[in-house]
Design a protein around this ligand. Structure first.
Ligand code: FAD
Length: 293
């Protein structure tokens, strides 16, 4: 497995990167950490004559405050995300998901933007970011736009990004009192194994333990990371307790449309979704209650 001949471009601004992507069209790919795209080039899953590296674009790095929440630059590595005090203190469920990704060596290169833009259904960050109500920033030539993360994925390995577009950041709103979230995943081993199934859940509870707001997201069991809306809606205005979580977990299982592969059958994956949904909801509930103490 050798890397084919490619020309490497190292622009220093978004405008230069976007211009290069426009110039080379279908023969160009964005290179962030390279942990997906270089493997894909070596195995001929994808072809490219030009790689436009975004590693030198300062604007894409780091975690910054944004409107009470945070703005995570697309070029932030997973290890930088885990080490960020802003994420660790304000958004621990993101760290929980990021720590389960790959292994430290891969996380040193892999970026947040790459994890989303690769649009692999089993990626670990999309489910937790979906239940946190994240949105994405896109740079398209001279234009910038923002859209909900839920509208970003269009199919396996496909997103709304046009060839010259760059994902620049992820915005995560403030969680606030009464809010808790959790990520639960099942993989065949702990390190360097992609998820067989994953579930993220978030709850906002008000007085008397009543659920005000709920989200449940599924990974690795549908063509895209998926919000299980019916399952989450069932929880709203109900007491946060085991019966409600069981009922929501059943609906989450129904929302899944898994495939069978070497990691597990479709039936097994669906069962696992039920187990993980209960686990994620219970943990999210405990965390939500802690914020009200
Ligand atoms: C051994 C190994 C284990 C792994 N385990 C896991 C795991 O457990 N969980 C998991 O989720 N992933 C895993 N991965 C996959 C991978 O590490 C992650 O998806 C990673 O976050 C990709 O980021 P990157 O910066 O390396 O992306 P790259 O490989 O550089 O890019 C990925 C894709 O996104 C595009 N892209 C990247 N950044 C942008 C941008 N800002 N704008 C537009 N397009 C962009 C690229 O063109 C390419 O198509 C693993 C990979 C390896 C090699």
């Amino acid at each position: 497995m050798y890397l084919p001949d490619v020309e490497l471009h190292e622009p220093r601004s978004l405008a230069q990167a976007s211009a290069l992507l426009s110039e080379h069209g279908a023969s160009a790919r964005v290179l962030a950490g390279g942990t997906d795209v270089l493997v894909d080039l070596k195995t001929a899953r994808t072809r490219a004559a030009h790689l436009v590296s975004i590693q030198e674009i300062e604007e894409l790095r780091g975690v910054h405050p944004w409107d009470g929440g945070i703005r995570i630059g697309a070029g932030t590595t997973i290890n930088e995300l885990i080490a960020s005090p802003r994420v660790r203190d304000g958004f621990p469920p993101i760290v929980e998901a990021a720590r389960q990704m790959a292994a430290p060596q891969v996380r040193a290169l892999a970026t947040v933007g790459g994890n989303l833009a690769s649009a692999v259904p089993c990626a670990d960050l999309p489910p937790i970011l979906l239940v946190l109500g994240a949105s994405v920033e896109i740079f398209s030539g001279e234009q910038r736009k923002t859209l909900p993360l839920d509208a970003f994925f269009t199919g396996p390995r496909r997103t709304v990004l046009a060839p010259r577009d760059l994902l620049t950041a992820v915005r995560v709103p403030q969680m606030g009192p009464g809010f808790g979230a959790a990520y639960a995943r099942f993989a065949l081993r702990e390190g360097n194994a992609i998820a067989v199934a994953s579930v993220a859940a978030s709850l906002r509870i008000k007085e008397k333990n009543i659920i005000q707001e709920a989200r449940i997201a599924l990974g690795a069991v549908a063509p895209v990371p998926l919000l299980a809306r019916q399952a989450a809606n069932l929880l709203v205005d109900r007491p946060a307790e085991a019966d409600a979580f069981d009922a929501a977990a059943m609906l989450a299982m129904r929302a899944a449309s898994p495939i069978s592969d070497i990691r597990g059958s479709a039936g097994f994956r669906r069962e696992i979704v039920g187990v993980l949904a209960r686990r994620a909801l219970n943990t999210a509930h405990v965390r939500a209650k802690e914020t009200l103490r």
